[in-house]
Design a protein around this ligand. Structure first.
Ligand code: HEC
Length: 285
């Protein structure tokens, strides 16, 4: 069978390739070993710490020299990287010059010190200076149902723990305060216990307060009540004021305030009396 096959398919060819040269052999070993070096560097980089930023191919301003909050810095004498605003400077749009909207009372510049201070009017009876609070809502504030609804929402979050949902001053904090001090039970009363109840917002005193006064109370607090300015934005403070006013109205309304054609509905509704009884307190400060 072999005789029939063409000659060149069976004849043993002489080998064309010789042995690889010695340098190629060792070169291959070296390059295989060298290919592990980048891997070793990466592994080392992942598990070691360094004060230098990591190498980054695309810079993208990812590693700018910068200070983060609360860091220290040798550049400034006080060693702080955080800088306070320079005294006397005001950020753009933060001047808050509108007394009516931002403060609720009138201010003036003291000619001697050059500082802004509350304007005073002398009470003719007592001869004492009094701050002049605005008794109207500022023009930026549109008093409508939406504002009062927003005010109710914010009031229920921020004010009810102390003042209660009806504004009577019987919020949960008050009830618990009375309980802890034993003021509700004369037998358990602790001699040193005092408790200042949150004011009844429907009382005559608060009803006679100008809206600017109530705004200021929310903003900076009053006597034993803490300030709420830091947590409630200006617009919401005014919304709450509008709701406080509507709370007062709703519980001190007279039939004369109701339009004639609506009066029949009131008489038909069951009468519920709000509790106006003040909680007992040992000290009235
Ligand atoms: C931590 C409890 C607490 C919270 C919360 C609180 N108040 Fe008061 N508030 C008081 C106390 C206590 C007084 C009475 C202060 C005093 O007489 O020393 C008071 C008094 C007042 C007065 C009467 C001040 C006056 O004499 O004219 C008004 C108005 C008032 N609060 C409104 C608010 C509004 C609005 C909120 C919600 C933004 C609020 N309060 C949240 C505790 C609180």
């Amino acid at each position: 069978m072999q005789e029939n096959l063409p000659k060149y398919t069976v004849e043993v060819r002489p080998p064309k390739l010789g042995k690889p040269p010695i340098w190629a052999k060792y070169g291959l070993y070296i390059s295989v070993c060298a290919s592990w070096i980048p891997l070793a560097i990466i592994v080392r980089a992942r598990y070691s710490r360094s004060p230098d930023p990591r190498p980054q191919l695309a810079q993208d301003m990812g590693t700018m020299p910068k200070y983060k909050e609360q860091q220290s810095s040798d550049v400034f004498i006080d060693g702080r990287a955080d800088r306070l605003p320079i005294p006397g400077t005001v950020a753009r749009g933060e001047a808050q010059e509108d007394d009516h909207y931002y403060r609720g009372y009138e201010t003036e510049i003291d000619p001697q010190t050059g500082l802004r201070q509350p304007k005073q009017k002398i009470d003719p009876k007592t001869g004492k200076g009094e701050t002049i609070f605005y008794d109207t809502f500022p023009q930026q504030v549109k008093v409508n149902a939406a504002l009062v609804a927003r005010g109710q929402n914010r009031f229920n979050i921020y004010c009810t723990p102390c003042h209660g949902y009806d504004g009577s001053g019987h919020g949960m904090v008050n009830e618990r305060g009375l309980e802890l001090s034993g003021l509700t039970d004369p037998d358990a009363q602790k001699p040193e216990a005092t408790w200042v109840q949150a004011a009844d917002l429907r009382s005559e005193t608060v009803r006679n307060r100008p809206v600017g006064h109530i705004y200021n109370t929310i903003n900076v607090g009053i006597r034993n009540m803490p300030a709420h300015g830091p947590q409630i934005p200006v617009a919401d403070r005014w919304a709450i004021v509008s709701y406080v006013r509507s709370l007062q109205l709703s519980q001190n309304g007279t039939v004369a305030m109701v339009p004639e054609n609506e009066r029949g509905k009131i008489k038909a509704a069951p009468v519920t009396q709000p509790s106006t009884e003040p909680a007992k307190t040992t000290s009235e400060k």
